[in-house]
Ligand binder design. Sequence first.
Ligand SMILES: [Zn+2]
Length: 69
Amino acid sequence: MPRYDFRCRSCGATFELNRPMARANDPATCPEGHPDTVKLLSTVAVTGAAAAAPAPAGGGGCCGGGCCG
Ligand SMILES: [Zn+2]
């Protein structure tokens, strides 16, 4: 079941709800009871490492500070 993120415009709290896609646009109530909430971008498609580009570590074979040459 997709998860949807909401933010309360009354107190600024963010919260998550699991609900069927058919109800994605239903109003959500803040955990504090405020009805004035907005739906944030869905995080359904997050796949983890695919979005993170690995930074090169090490390599070069030198201290990199000009001491080798
Ligand atoms: Zn609230």
